[in-house]
Ligand binder design. Structure first.
Ligand SMILES: CC(=O)N[C@H](C=O)[C@@H](O)[C@H](O)[C@H](O)CO
Ligand SMILES: CC(=O)C(=O)O
Length: 306
């Protein structure tokens, strides 16, 4: 039997985009509509305010507004992990307490960015968030954007605490992912970060995934996860390859988030442009994105039958 913590949280989490109005302000109604759109897709939950959610480009008030809208709309229907990482520990602590008050399920954070921090500094940063609430905590390890490489030593120290239930591994090494699982133990959750190698991450021990591109093709990632769960590895690999053709195209636009948000718009879910300095797509990109959106729709229809 799987350990309780795994059963409780394993699965597919959409790293949700934030929704803005045409002037670029957080738009609660749009956030709600986006959150609602995921409820019947088969996903386990949402990861709010992370990289895809642009938490790092929002002020504390805006981050709270996004989470409040999500919770008002879907509380109890999806598991909600809130990214509370910020440059200043004080802000992260405020966001952690707010997440708890709102009824979120888990908090999570990257290390503080900009300053080159020692392990002791990052440890203290995380610890203050952890100590500020009764919520469980998931480490967000994404060295390619933060510049901070989580060592096994610090990982071990963090993971030995009861409240630290998992890690979101966005680094690309599946060897390191496996080490996190090995050191964390049976009941410690590991989430795959790179969507392009979701299957590889699962095979090496991930209990699920948290990803940005899931937001425009949640059903495909649920299906991929299901194939893996049932041991249908040939089918899983084929689907991962098809997903990767989509991701490869997405990565060719001025920004990944701009492309994904534009595709959501085609599906009738308006979320505005990504925030500067992230670039929106251009008029010249619209036709190919419409094509790509159709491709995703066709794949989703195809796999919903199999
Ligand atoms: C660097 C980054 O943002 N990684 C995300 C999460 O870990 C992924 O979900 C990517 O957005 C995705 O794999 C596309 O490359
Ligand atoms: C992509 C991802 O996992 C995030 O938005 O944090």
């Amino acid at each position: 039997m799987k350990p309780e913590m795994i059963t409780k949280f394993e699965g597919i989490y959409v790293a949700m985009y934030s929704a803005y109005d045409e002037a670029g302000h957080v738009d609660s109604d749009r956030v709600k509509k986006l959150a609602r759109s995921y409820v019947s897709t088969g996903i386990k939950g949402l990861y709010v305010g992370g990289s895809s959610g642009e938490g790092m480009l929002q002020n504390v008030q805006e981050r709270k507004q996004v989470l409040e809208a999500v919770m008002e709309e879907i509380k109890g229907e999806l598991t909600v992990i809130v990214h509370v990482g910020a440059n200043a520990t004080q802000e992260s602590v405020e966001l952690s307490r707010h997440a708890e008050q709102c009824g979120a399920d888990v908090i999570s954070a990257v290390p503080a960015i900009y300053y080159r921090l020692s392990e002791a500094a990052v440890e203290q940063h995380w610890q203050q968030m952890i100590d500020s609430t009764n919520l469980p905590f998931i480490i967000y390890n994404i060295p390619q954007t933060t510049g901070f490489n989580l060592s096994i030593g610090l990982f071990k120290k963090m993971a030995s605490q009861e409240k630290v239930i998992g890690v979101k591994m966005s680094g690309e090494s599946t060897f390191e992912l496996q080490q996190f699982k090995a050191v964390g133990g049976e009941d410690f959750l590991v989430f795959n970060g790179p969507d392009e190698q979701f299957l590889a991450g699962r095979i090496m021990g991930a209990d699920g995934g948290i990803g940005g591109t899931y937001g425009i093709m949640p059903e495909l990632f649920c299906k991929l996860n299901e194939y893996y769960g049932q041991g249908q590895l040939d089918e899983a690999r084929k689907l991962q390859y098809e997903i990767n053709e989509v991701i490869k195209k997405l990565l060719g636009y001025p920004s990944l988030y701009g492309a994904c948000k534009y595709i959501l718009g085609i599906k009738g879910i308006k979320t505005g442009n990504p925030r500067a300095p992230l670039l929106p797509v251009t008029d010249g990109d619209h036709a190919s994105l419409a094509e790509l959106s159709k491709e995703i729709e066709a794949l989703t229809a195809q796999y919903s039958k199999s």
